[in-house]
Design a binder for this molecule. Sequence first.
Ligand SMILES: [Zn+2]
Length: 53
Amino acid sequence: MSNQYQTNNCVVCAVTENEIPLIAISYKQQRTWTCFSCLPQLLHGKKNIDDYF
Ligand SMILES: [Zn+2]
């Protein structure tokens, strides 16, 4: 693996940070990313974060 910068994807819908700002989230000692449109679905329980870890 190189140390080059990687484009991050939303863990839910896989949109890239080049399209929508992503928010870093930490969960169960893991770091991942979610986008503005998926975050509310996680917050309101429409999607279960455990499905993505
Ligand atoms: Zn998303």
